[in-house]
Ligand binder design. Structure first.
Ligand SMILES: NC(=O)c1ccc[n+]([C@@H]2O[C@H](COP(=O)([O-])OP(=O)(O)OC[C@H]3O[C@@H](n4cnc5c(N)ncnc54)[C@H](OP(=O)(O)O)[C@@H]3O)[C@@H](O)[C@H]2O)c1
Length: 256
């Protein structure tokens, strides 16, 4: 390598599995990877969503597998892993983007709501990493976290705790799985997706407050998460592990 050569930021030729890849941020990442030349499996609970996203992936030239899974059910993750292994071979990149949220106050959130959110958001990352990283001989895990992990946000106690746990898990897993598998988190601020389209609809007071409070003066489009995901998935980030990368328009640093 000459002095000016470097590893390009690309996922071309890689095989990626995106859990929660059929909507919002996960789907944007899945389609972004496919448009870069990766083979991509975008999965979630709904067979219909899996089919729809698979059609978009194929249109972009990706090989894919249509197999729903539920991150709260380890057996479905194992079936997915085995099918991907049979059809596409070894997985290089695992993205976890399954979403669940509960907007209850600390003193009101029920046991069942708490467990539902933590089961998807935190335990789901643990189950997915255990299932896939065991079979990866190299590569990268990208967990979608949130700035709620580090900021005191109102009425999101279960979600915030799960995301804080995700960041801690990412650091622990990165240490144990190095040097073979790198593990990082991508931490979005506010991104308009089906999960929050109503809460943060344009013209609402909530939306105006968010736009005002964000140094970039707006919330993000889901496509704005893709660049950082490609970086973390690519060999260009070969020395980055155990890291949490914020993509939040400056929201968290301006609030700390
Ligand atoms: N939007 C934001 O502002 C924002 C900010 C920070 C962090 N995040 C995080 O980004 C991730 C994606 O959120 P999003 O806004 O893109 O949400 P979204 O549009 O609602 O997408 C969530 C995805 O997760 C899947 N999913 C839900 N439960 C699942 C389960 N048990 N097993 C497998 N897949 C499951 C959904 O499909 P099915 O219903 O078919 O399962 C869907 O594909 C979440 O972890 C969220 O916390 C979002």
């Amino acid at each position: 390598m000459t002095d000016y050569e470097h590893t390009p930021v690309t996922v071309d030729g890689k095989t990626a599995v995106v859990i929660g890849g059929t909507s919002g941020i996960g789907e944007a990442i899945a389609l972004g990877f496919a448009s870069e030349g990766a083979d991509v499996v975008a999965t979630s609970r709904s067979s219909e969503r899996v089919r729809d996203t698979a059609a978009k992936l194929r249109e972009l030239g990706a090989e894919t597998v249509e197999r729903p899974c539920d991150v709260t059910d380890r057996a479905t993750l194992e079936r997915l892993r085995d099918e991907v292994d049979d059809e596409l071979g070894e997985v290089d990149v695992l993205v976890t983007s399954a979403g669940a949220v509960s907007r209850d106050r600390v003193l009101d959130v029920s046991e069942s709501e708490w467990r539902r959110v933590v089961d998807v958001q935190l335990d789901g990352v643990y189950r997915a990493v255990q299932t896939f990283a065991r079979e990866m001989s190299g590569g990268s895990v990208v967990a979608i976290s949130s700035v709620a992990a580090e900021l005191a946000m109102s009425h999101l106690p279960a979600y915030s705790a799960a995301k804080g746990g995700t960041d801690a898990f990412v650091r622990a897993a990165a240490k144990e799985l190095a040097p073979d598998v790198r593990v990082n988190a991508l931490s979005p601020g506010f991104v308009i997706t089906p999960q929050n389209a109503e809460t943060y609809a344009e013209g609402t007071e909530k939306r105006e407050r968010l736009d005002r409070r964000t140094p970039m003066k707006r919330v993000a489009d889901r496509e704005e998460m893709v660049g950082a995901a490609i970086y973390l998935a690519s060999d260009a980030s070969s020395f980055t592990t155990g890291e949490v990368i914020r993509v939040d328009g400056g929201f968290a640093p301006s609030a700390l």
